[in-house]
Ligand binder design. Sequence first.
Ligand code: NAD
Length: 505
Amino acid sequence: MPVAESPVALKEICHWIGGSLVPGSAANVGVLWDPATGKQQGKVHFASEADVDLAIATAKTAFSDWRTSTLSRRSEILFRLRELVDANRRHIAELITSEHGKTIADAMGEVARGLENIEFACGIPTLLKGGMSEHASRGVDVYQLKQPLGVVAGITPFNFPAMVPMWMFANAIACGNCFILKPSEKDPSVSLFLAELLKRAGLPDGVFSVIQGDKVAVNCLLNHPDVKAISFVGSTPIAKYIYETATRNGKRVQALGGAKNHMLVLPDADLNMAADAAVSAAYGSAGERCMAISVVVAVGNVADPLIQAIKERVARIKVGPGSEASSEMGPLISPEHQQKVLSYIDGAPKEGAAVVLDGRHQDSIPSEGFFVGPCLLDQVQPGMRCYDDEIFGPVLSVVRTATYQQALQLINQNPFGNGTAIFTRDGGAARQFQADVEVGMVGINVPIPVPMAYYSFGGWKASLFGDLHMYGPEGIQFYTRAKVVTSRWPDPSTSKVDLGFPQVR
Ligand code: NAD
């Protein structure tokens, strides 16, 4: 276990409230690791209740003006933000890599996918158009307004410290809300840089705030009457807690949880393509993606040749610090998480699984930092911990089934329903799969089917609590309240009392 001390000066991470950095008042401080070296690189000042109250009060004050800002002004600010994020892609990626550990190339991909959401929100004048019906009754028109909710909050996970906040805040502020971000305490610096870019883009102070912290800050947001909606992305137990607590307090909630994503490989699939996809989707970002493939379901006689093809590819993966250009897979986020992932490999043989590739003992893996090499488990079954739990590390399990029906049943019986993929050359089988599978995002020969920003992202079952998916059209719906106006401008001389229920005349 590494020790939380370092001879070099530690970064101090604090809050962003009212358009500037605020030190915060709590004594509670978290350790910020450098996952590639295993050394502490900073301290994160966790917000007290008073800090969160200040952020909410500041946002509430800013809302009174921001809610009536013109659509073209909002769009202009978002366009400028788009340019600023684009110009700073590399810097954002380096911040991500230094605190999360993923490779620079992977972090650049994260920024690109986040940027899509800002681009989508640039179209806010069109997105906020309500419907209008002239002559709903004689001399009566009906139209719909989409109004902002007020102060809304986003609570985000460590694995996408730039993209997931962008999933939320771009649409939230475009709709006229004031947004408070509580990023993961494990890689919080990107959130402050994004706050700075928003200010440079011309966003008024108080419309976007960042509070660092843990459950103290989260609970304040969940319980504060001035916070109208909560967007959450993280693990399933916390998502469930967030959903239950915030809905009990009368808030609108979308809480995205964990995952166990299956990739079904039919006997007619191109095995080289399937192996490339399985390796990329299982070990990219060291498996710390909610859309990572963690289970390959090999149908019929596919398993042995597929495992062979996967082994050949894994042997060529270069594991190392994310900042080195040659690295393809970086470390895990923290020492605790590293130990947790290793425990699944330790336990797998006792449960009856076979460890085909053992990431605990690979000479090429750096000895410092929170590295675990790529692991491959075979003969995995439901009921084993390595199957039932979301491991969130570079561990790919192979489940063998005799038929497509058994494979489908396995996926549908899994409590999670975030993403899934089918690999086949049979269009009919793929079409049947997309119709029958009980999962929110489906890939056909695509292993990580993260929807584009003009669709919406979200799983089913224990992968999402709430009714609306995140970003895209459902994001606009989440961050607005509809109001329908029925309007009449009659000649006053025709006015009369009528106690009947209004109907079309
Ligand atoms: P996490 O649930 O530990 O933390 C998420 C957020 O909740 C963080 O901001 C954290 O500070 C806060 N939090 C943690 N414990 C809390 C508590 N007891 N009370 C209140 N707040 C608390 O998740 P993580 O480890 O940061 O991220 C990994 C998880 O996120 C995985 O399960 C992954 O599948 C999931 N994830 C899901 C999606 C999705 O779209 N469904 C996307 C990314 C990540």
